[in-house]
Design a protein around this ligand. Structure first.
Ligand SMILES: [Zn+2]
Length: 138
């Protein structure tokens, strides 16, 4: 794996005034991208992904967000949320992001008739959270 330490050693072989083009991608970028896509990614998984990106990089394409997406897809990460993280409130006729509140009462639906979301509805709930940027502050 390429580490910052190895990179520093490598860079020290260049003249200090050499002009270069520079971009640095790290495990944090993978974790951020995965969460924006509603996927759960551990530090270890992110390190494995960034290592693959590094070893397999194509100089004519470079590394981009699209590159990270390809490797994130290959990694088969689990969704950040499950059906237990959302509810459908039949009384209010709306979906509830239960994970933000912790309880039905805190979500403001105490006494409402609620039901769990289906797998299909879960995908839409996660998609809405992705579009609203809900996972980015986590
Ligand atoms: Zn309600």
């Amino acid at each position: 794996m390429t580490t910052i330490q190895k990179l520093i050693e490598h860079l020290s072989t260049y003249p200090k005034d050499a002009v270069v083009a520079y971009a640095l991608w790290g495990a944090d970028d993978v974790i951020q991208r995965a969460s924006e896509r509603g996927l759960l990614c551990s530090k270890e998984q992110a390190e494995e992904i960034i290592d693959r990106v590094d070893r397999k990089q194509d100089a004519s394409l470079g590394i981009s967000w699209a590159t990270l997406d390809c490797y994130i897809d290959e990694a088969n990460l689990q969704p950040l949320k499950t059906v237990n993280d959302y509810l459908y409130c039949e009384t209010c006729e709306e979906f509830v992001d239960l994970w933000k509140y912790g309880s039905v009462a805190d979500a403001g639906h105490e006494g409402c008739k609620t039901r769990p979301v289906t797998e299909e509805e879960l995908k839409n709930c996660i998609q809405d959270c992705i579009e609203d940027g809900c996972f980015e502050e986590e």
